[in-house]
Structure formats: C-alpha cells, structure tokens
Design a protein around this ligand. Sequence first.
Ligand code: URA
Ligand code: SF4
Length: 223
Amino acid sequence: MNSLEEVARAVRQCTLCPLHQGRANAVPGEGPASAEIMFIGEGPGAQEDRQGRPFVGPAGQFLDGLLASIGLTRQQVFIANMVKCRPPQNREPQPSEMAACRPYLDRQIELINPRLIVTLGRISLFRYFPGESITRVRGKLREKDGRLIYPVLHPAAALHRQELRAAIIDDFRGIPAALEQTRRGGHVPESPAVGVANHAPTTGLMAPSIPMDEKPPEQLNLF
Ligand code: URA
Ligand code: SF4
C-alpha cells in the first residue's frame, strides 16, 4: 500500500475480520496526506457505515465544532478509526478485530507521518498506552515509540454529558500548544527524547487558536 488511496482501496475490499460481514461501507478515514494532525477514533457508527466517511454522525458534528473552536477544519486534518468497519450495535471493537485492522492504520500513520496524533477516547488511547486511565492522561502531550500523542476524551462520550463537554472543550484547547511543542521539537514531560517529524516549516495552520483566557466561541454552546 503505497498511498492513502491504496490503503482505502484495500480497506474497502477487506475481509480480514468478521466486521466486514455487517458493513454497508468500510470507513478507511479521510484527510490530506500532508495533515499535521491525525485524529484516531474507535470505529464507524451507523451514519459512518452508511456514508463510508468517518465522524459524520452526531459525534462528528460535535467534532467539527471542537475543531472550529481551535481554528481548524476537517479538511486540514486526517481522521481515522481503530477499526474501519462498524461493530454491531456500536459495541467496542474486540482486540482480535483491532489486531486484524491494525496494518491499515499503521500504514496510514506511516504515510502521513503526522506531527501530532490525537487519540479520541479510551480505545485509541490504549493503542499507545494500554490500560492507562484516560482521566489521568487526557490533555497531556506524551511520547510513545517516536510519536507524539495527545489523548482527549471521545466526542460521543461528551456529547450528552454536560460535565464532560466542558472537559473535552478544554482538551481541544490544548491542541494548538501541543502542536507548537512538536514544531519546536520541545521537551515533553515524562519523555525527553522527542523525535522530530520530517515536515517542512509550517504554514501558519494553527494561527487562529484561542488564547487560554478566552471562552470558546459561542457556537459550541449550541451543541
Ligand atoms: N465514533 C468513532 O469513534 N468514530 C467514528 O467515525 C464515528 C463515531
Ligand atoms: Fe478488514 Fe478492518 Fe474491516 Fe475488519 S474492520 S474487515 S480488518 S477493514
């Protein structure tokens, strides 16, 4: 698989795990190969399965709002999932399913080589930090296997719970600073040996970030 398109093609034909049986559409993930930030969710839900696109249901609308709150659009980032086919009844993907699906996500990460990986929720957090408490590590930049990982809560979990909504908005407000830290190749707590990605100098992508002392834009109150 030598390009993101090839990965997507392989995913759409994949029968490596039982999840292929229930899918209407596989959801390879989407975004530019040049994305500096990669978001990793859990797996497709009903809307995603219907459309073959990641985060297009209610959690996806919330994600769009969260991205907007830090001056980003989904066209600027790559959005993927741990498994590319919808688990029945939206249950959590099983370890065997994630293992079968792993080469696709591994290859997407290799091809994109993002500066920053944002894990959405517990399941993708465990890809890098198995068994870690999301409450403990969310909103903190960490290094693992030469990659910079910034764990946040899952938008679906925060969607209907007011107290988690404030928390996930906070998590997202830390993304610009985390990205800035990766650009400087700066010190990451608990892991001083930070590998610097091979991206060219940046293009001011994150410029419109929200100063920490301001409230998020009004639009987030609509969710
Ligand atoms: N939740 C996820 O984890 N991924 C999606 O693509 C949609 C909802
Ligand atoms: Fe293949 Fe992944 Fe879909 Fe399983 S979830 S069938 S491994 S693409």
